[in-house]
Design a protein around this ligand. Sequence first.
Ligand SMILES: [Zn+2]
Length: 321
Amino acid sequence: MKSTDRTKNTFAITTPLYYVNDLPHVGSAYTTMAADALARFERLRGKSVLMITGTDEHGQKIQRTAESLGRSPQAHCDLVVPGFEALWKQLDIQYDRFIRTTSRRHEYIVKEFFQRVWNSGDIYLNEQKGWYCVSCEEFKDERDLLPGNRCSIHPSKEVEWRDEENYFFRLSRYQDQLLALYAERPDFIAPESRRNEVLSFVNSGLQDFSISRVNLEWGLPIPVDSSHTIYVWFDALLGYVTALLDPDSDPMLENALSKWWPIDLHLIGKDILRFHAVYWPAMLMSAGLPMPGRVFAHGFLTKDGKKMGKTEGNTLTQSNW
Ligand SMILES: [Zn+2]
């Protein structure tokens, strides 16, 4: 597996940080087993390996799920997370770090990173209007919706109209730098079909995206304005960085980045490709950090042509394996 430096003897690999609105299912197990196999392979080759997994615990969907179950969001996360740890144990996954985005150490890393991006002049306040899929935690283009204002990834869910003031990240500023990255490093995104998808998305023009929410308590406060919380994706991607901290080192970017950065491989499902192959490198450019080695996006496990997952309720969970 190519990384930025062929001679380096470390290999850091991540699974997605799984969203804890429900118990783990076969889709999350698929990615994690693949990451585990790659990590074992690199260990056999004599490399020093760090395999990272964990849970993404903020956002509207978690808050709503917790409310519907009569729990606080934190209590909900604390109930669900052990299910992931138990499943990875049952599957004999040899991960080295399990990062929870509700950890105190993560909050420090997010604050420091936010400040870097803020200092770069890449964050500004503006009006956000558009259709929001709570299951994706993402604004959707109207042209991508299914009839009845439904999300194409979650056909059973209607998107919601939002009209609010948000902080935005200046993604548009990074269009040329991203295209240069994809050109210089043709294997940055794999497989090729996914790379082409990203190229066509970025070539069609990038719009700034909102990185804060109002009226949503379950998130990290925006350092410059506590009436907003940080958009769950901005926070979750940084979990990969927090996970690099040695357990006994202070939660500072400098410490997190000292040994394992850049991460060699982000292994993900294709539904979160845009976040990892477009938003994430742009955020890193803004913060002045080197790029990860590669983003590899696999396809979905499907049932009757639909993505297997929690939202559609058509997946296999531990209880029915
Ligand atoms: Zn969706």
